[in-house]
Design a protein around this ligand. Structure first.
Ligand code: GTP
Ligand code: MG
Length: 200
């Protein structure tokens, strides 16, 4: 898929403030600092579309971008940020869970996972919740440039092995690096295929 246009639409504190659900939507979610905003910039080939930061907790609202006038890309605040308060964590959970449960045009959620780490309970629990809710998702491994090719492949294989303990069928997976512009094309092709199925 070619990116012809990528525009910021709105930042919303909750699902009721989101744009009309009139196009297929894809949301990026995962731990704080995992690289969600960077991956959005990478796949859209725009340096500053989504705001990135080396400090966790940068993205605080539900941010909608419209791509090629055809579909929405959504940047969500991250979870698992140790420094945040219990109140903030509860507010985050309510905002995100309600958005994910109620957003009718949500075609697929991309759960971002830092390729360098062992599978984390917080991510596995979140994916289990998505499964229980029947929300389709894929996994995008991030920061692959921080590891060699062999290590990357072996980490992906161990991640899948752990997931096989609870999942009969594994979700699609993508290996990405926003720093080295890897994996964006594959994600866009995947989105293009789903869009074609939805729009016909
Ligand atoms: P929050 O909005 O705070 O939840 O973070 P986020 O998940 O949107 O992460 P963001 O894209 O802001 O990136 C966090 C940090 O990781 C920044 O310092 C990025 O430069 C860095 N980063 C993101 N992607 C990559 C990558 O592919 N490779 C490397 N080496 N660094 C990356
Ligand atoms: Mg962000």
């Amino acid at each position: 898929m070619q990116i012809k246009s990528a525009e910021f639409v709105i930042s919303s504190p909750d699902v009721s403030g989101c744009p009309a659900p009139d196009r297929p939507e894809y949301a990026f979610i995962g731990r704080s600092n995992v690289g969600k905003s960077s991956l959005i910039n990478h796949i859209t080939n725009r340096k500053k579309l989504a705001k990135t930061s080396s400090t966790p907790g940068k993205t605080q609202l539900i941010n909608h971008f419209v791509i090629n006038d055809q579909w929405y890309l959504v940047d969500l605040p991250g979870y698992g940020w140790a420094q945040t308060s219990k109140v903030n964590k509860a507010a985050w959970k309510k905002m995100i869970n309600t958005y994910l449960e109620e957003r009718q045009n949500l075609a697929c959620v991309f759960v971002l996972v830092d390729i360098r780490h062992e599978p984390q309970k917080i991510d596995l629990d979140f994916m289990r919740w998505l499964g229980e809710e029947g929300i389709p998702f894929s996994i995008a491994f991030t920061k692959a440039d921080k590891l060699g090719k062999t290590q990357t492949q072996s980490n992906v294989a161990s991640y899948k092995k752990v997931m096989k303990n609870t999942w009969e069928e594994l979700p699609p997976t993508f290996v990405t690096s926003s720093a080295e512009k890897v994996g964006g094309k594959e994600i866009l092709e995947f989105i293009g295929r789903i869009n074609a199925e939805i729009v016909g």
